[in-house]
Write a protein that binds this ligand. Structure first.
Ligand code: GDP
Length: 297
């Protein structure tokens, strides 16, 4: 995902660290190159600009240019700033699932990987935290999506709420809550309907479900390959429904990484997990430190 960016920055930093003494102008030139590399990775201009400004503030002055290893100093400042840029609140990968049964609302556009991610997360909660999880599909317009969740549930050994034809999403959410309480589940996950675009109906439905479920977490699933669009989708979902975190899917693909880099800065919401493939185990916590390390090599 970050190969190109990493290569570009590697080149800039190589020159910097080999240069020995550095003038303020050298630093400025290098940071301009960093900015170009970010833009090429599909980071939006204001985000790239803010990032460079923050680095520049710390990288100017005698502390850097007069130090014994000025190049390495600059690289370290970029690294630290990148971590800060990517980091959100709380521990990566930790979801608020205390007070059983804890509802988790899954939202996102159709095709973003929402149903797959719901199952991946359920499996993770079961395997790593020993939680009893119940999953329910609320996608009443697409029986195939409901079936898909049931099939995934069987595959990973997680229960799904039985499908009752003709029910509306709010009724299903209420039934999931009752079933989760009576059945002694720790967590219940509500996989809401996805649509191709954010429209009135999608938002109204997700909001109605949110209001009855009172979710502990509302996770937005977005396709990481869509770059700035992913960030725009997140902004809109957060404005209209309120999200607690983002899951970026298809990070195994050859996207440029802009969505991952801009998400927190633009929306203020942390990326909690990334999807790295179609398999049920292909889900990773998003660690800002590790991501910064991967980008800067
Ligand atoms: P939904 O419409 O949002 O529920 O999307 P689905 O969960 O049905 O996913 C759509 C397609 O994307 C499926 O073929 C998934 O296997 C695939 N998919 C989901 N997450 C990932 C991911 O992280 N990487 C890759 N390569 N494919 C994914």
């Amino acid at each position: 995902m970050f190969e190109n960016l990493s290569e570009r920055l590697g080149g800039v930093f190589d020159r910097l660290t080999k240069a020995g003494a550095l003038s303020e102008d050298d630093v400025k030139t290098a940071l301009r190159e960093v900015r170009t590399a970010l833009l090429e990775a599909d980071v939006s201009l204001p985000v790239a600009r803010d990032f460079i400004k923050a680095v520049q503030k710390k990288a100017t002055g005698a502390a850097v240019t007069k130090s014994i290893t000025p190049g390495q100093q600059v690289v370290k400042i970029v690294h630290d700033e990148l971590v800060e840029f990517l980091a959100g609140e709380g521990e990566p990968g930790k979801l608020k699932v205390d007070n059983p049964p804890a509802p988790i609302l899954m939202v996102g556009l159709q095709g973003s990987g929402k149903t797959t991610t719901t199952a991946k997360l359920a499996k993770r909660l079961k395997d790593r935290e020993g939680k009893r999880v119940l999953m329910a599909s609320l996608d009443v317009n697409r029986p195939a999506a409901m079936e898909q969740l049931a099939i995934l549930g069987q595959q990973i050994g997680v229960d799904t709420l039985p499908i009752v034809k003709g029910e509306d999403p709010v009724t299903i959410a209420k039934r999931a809550k009752t079933q989760a309480s009576l059945g002694g589940y720790d967590v219940y996950m509500l996989d809401t309907a996805g649509r191709l675009h954010i429209d009135q109906e999608l938002i109204a439905q997700a909001a109605a479900v949110r209001d009855v479920a009172n979710p502990r977490e509302t996770l937005l699933v977005v396709d990481g390959l869509t770059g700035q669009d992913a960030v725009n989708v997140a902004t809109e979902f957060d404005d209209k429904i309120g999200v607690s975190g983002v899951v970026l899917t298809r990070m195994d693909g050859d996207g440029r990484g802009g969505a991952a880099l801009s998400m927190r800065a633009v929306t203020g919401k942390p990326i909690k997990f990334v999807g790295l493939g179609e398999k049920m185990d292909a889900l990773e916590e998003f660690h800002p430190e590790r991501v910064a390390g991967r980008i800067l090599g």
